[in-house]
Design a protein around this ligand. Structure first.
Ligand SMILES: *[C@@H]1O[C@H](CO)[C@@H](O)[C@H](O)[C@H]1NC(C)=O
Ligand SMILES: *[C@@H]1O[C@H](CO)[C@@H](O)[C@H](O)[C@H]1NC(C)=O
Length: 625
């Protein structure tokens, strides 16, 4: 007989009630655990349900239950290392570390740099849990949540909302506590659909449903307004990542994430994006507020860096139809310096219509050599490209020596969605067997995780959900972050299983830099140092996943784990999930932290690999009484 795959080990979160009540619960829990009938189990190799070996587990369960009693007792005695953390004050409801503009100004940053990310200025914040605003409501599920959000979840006023300008929006206020987005209405040219069709036509396509065939799969939307352009492109199977500066009120990034659209805080006033070169097929800026010809073209050089060869830069200027005749003259002033500079970096103006201009980056390396000496922006030395983690803006052209220099138009010929061809894997130095094994592992891992995402596992009578228990609905979660994403295998497994999620694939610095591979699969991804806060607003992810991240951090980065878990708690939505997979000893170590931040949690042994444990957690919806 096969041994059971999983077993639930102890460990429930106990609120600091009076000890009599606790003792009562302990007794009940003990009875329940000892009396627990068969646990349904899954064998990871076959994913078949197998009959568990009740008697073998029985003694172990009893021992664990006994251990648990000890722990509960120390909790009720107020063991200081397990004290639950307090909720932060109201002023931290929308706390985003590293973006303290007042502090940055005091530290001497100016000329826009005060809005950049400066984690060193902020120091480590107070040890408390960021709580949701009073009127916070759990967001609606995808796709309903894409079109209707709770206004109480955002730091935004209705006046601001109505007056903020973005041409890629159609909005409508429904009721007192909701904001509805209406991207599909057909009122003349301002609808997002028409705008997207216009762009497709300008690059020579029949309609925007041809973007994929033309090699346009990934879009970086700088300053995305309400994210409606990305939402529309998403329906055409394009991955659009919204990036915008930190904003205190009415943040575009917070809004996009609230709607379930990929987004992160980022700017490039002085430093590069945390993406490698040659990352995106299209870069879009509609009224994104950047003065492109400033800093000797450094902003355009940065766009060029992350743009793939043959990719498109779409710029819609702030001039608009309301200004009538003036608009033409103004757009000349706005566009002329860019047009001049674009020759120096081998872009060509493809089309101009109304207020929208589209340039195309060259797909021909010979172009760079053919520019005249005095006007040419030089090519970068190879080393410059190594790892783009908030490096200073460059003054040279990147990526020209990369094996990833492949025109977007060429890629479309060999593509089968998010899989990679042998040629592409060879470029990344990844053996085909490694890659397909990784895909298989994640396919089966996801099946296992998915059945665990249920409050059943936290009940007094914990059990592995069995065939008789309904699986969570496909759209239970939407915004997922894989904190240590390797090849993006979890992301691929989600898509294959037709779950409603998108994944922010984070590649921690200091690990093998697989981000170029992840981006070449058409996924969203970013480099990140997990000793620092992640550039996002509170309550923006439904699920965080990390395999092996904690042991990596313990071994190499040596940063404060409790700060990391506080940060995870900050970016997680109430009722959101955390799945950690790591060495048993490491999971043991983080258990006490998880108790302090009040997550419900279960340790799950993997029978297939006794050295590895899962920790499945859910963040409760805490409100200040
Ligand atoms: C921002 O920095 C200022 C000045 O250093 C400080 O007084 C303030 O408390 C900081 N705000 C936050 C939210 O940390
Ligand atoms: C792209 O495709 C064209 C036409 O098929 C081919 O001539 C060219 O060499 C390809 N470029 C690269 C970098 O693969």
């Amino acid at each position: 007989m096969r041994s059971p795959w999983t077993k639930f080990v102890n460990f429930v979160r106990f609120p600091p009630l009076n000890w009599l009540l606790l003792c009562f619960i302990c007794v009940i829990a003990l009875i329940v655990v000892l009396g627990s009938p068969s646990l349904n189990t899954v064998d990871p190799a076959t994913s078949n349900f197998v009959v568990p070996n009740i008697y073998k587990s029985y003694r172990k369960l009893r021992e664990q239950a006994a251990n648990e009693i000890l722990e509960i007792r120390s909790l009720s005695l107020g063991g200081s290392h397990l004290r639950e953390l307090d909720l932060c004050g109201k002023e931290r409801e929308n706390y985003v570390p590293c973006y303290n503009v007042t502090g940055n100004l005091l530290a001497g940053f100016h000329d826009g740099e005060e809005f950049d990310r400066h984690c060193e200025v902020d120091g480590s914040g107070p040890h408390c849990l960021v709580r949701p605003p009073k009127d916070y409501k759990i967001p609606l599920r995808w796709p309903a949540g894409r079109d209707v959000i709770w206004s109480g979840n955002m730091k935004i006023t209705k006046d601001q909302f109505l007056s903020s300008g973005s041409m890629t929006k159609r909005i409508m206020l429904l009721e007192e506590n909701q904001i509805a987005f209406h991207s599909e209405d057909g009122v003349n040219f301002d609808s997002v659909k028409d705008y997207s069709r216009q762009i497709a036509e300008m690059i020579g396509l029949g309609s925007d449903s041809e973007f994929l065939q033309a090699g346009v799969r990934t879009v970086l939307d700088i300053g995305c307004g309400f994210g409606s352009f990305g939402a529309h492109l998403f329906s055409l199977k394009l991955m659009t990542v919204c990036i915008a500066s930190y904003e205190v009120f009415g943040s575009q990034v917070q809004l996009a994430l609230e709607r379930g659209l990929p987004a992160m805080i980022g700017s490039f006033f002085s430093r590069q994006f945390p993406y490698p070169s040659l990352s995106f097929d299209m870069i879009h800026c509609a009224q994104c507020g950047i003065i492109w010809d400033k800093k000797d073209g450094a902003f355009l050089i940065e766009v060029d860096r992350v743009l793939r060869p043959g990719g498109y830069f779409v710029l819609t200027s702030p001039t608009n139809k309301l200004q009538g005749g003036l608009s033409r003259a103004r757009s000349k002033i706005v566009f002329a310096p860019i047009e001049e500079f674009s020759h120096r970096i081998c872009w060509s103006l493809l089309a101009q219509q109304d207020d929208t201009l589209i340039w195309q980056k060259t797909a021909d390396l010979n172009c760079y050599a053919s520019r005249s000496k005095q006007e040419a922006v030089p090519l970068c030395k190879e080393e410059f490209d190594a790892e783009a983690y908030y490096q200073p803006l460059g003054a040279c052209i990147s990526g020209t020596t990369s094996q990833r220099w492949i025109p977007v138009q060429n890629r479309s010929q060999w593509h089968d969605q998010y899989q990679l061809s042998m040629a592409e894997l060879a470029i990344h130095g990844v053996p085909v067997e490694d890659f397909s094994e990784d895909s298989d592992v994640w396919r089966s891992a996801l099946r296992n995780y998915w059945s665990l995402l249920t409050p059943l596992i936290f009940s007094d009578h914990p059990k592995r959900p069995g065939e008789e228990d309904p699986l969570p609905p496909y759209n239970m979660i939407r915004n997922v972050m894989d904190m240590n994403s390797h090849y993006g295998g979890l992301n691929a497994a989600f898509l294959e299983a037709k779950k409603s999620v998108w994944v922010m694939n984070v590649v921690p610095i200091g690990t093998q830099n697989t981000l170029p591979l992840i981006l070449d699969r058409g996924f969203a991804g970013v480099l990140h140092n997990w000793c620092e806060p992640f550039p996002t607003y509170p309550r923006t992810y439904d699920m965080l996943h990390a395999m092996g991240l904690i042991s990596h951090l313990i071994n190499s980065e040596r940063c404060d784990l409790s700060n990391l878990f506080l940060e995870m708690d900050r970016i997680l939505r109430p009722e959101g999930w955390v799945v950690l997979r790591d060495k048993a000893a490491v999971i043991e170590k983080v258990r006490s932290i998880v108790t302090q931040i009040r997550w419900d949690a279960r340790v799950i042994e993997l029978q297939s690999d006794s050295d590895q444990h899962l920790l499945v957690c859910q963040k409760p919806f805490l409100k200040k009484l």
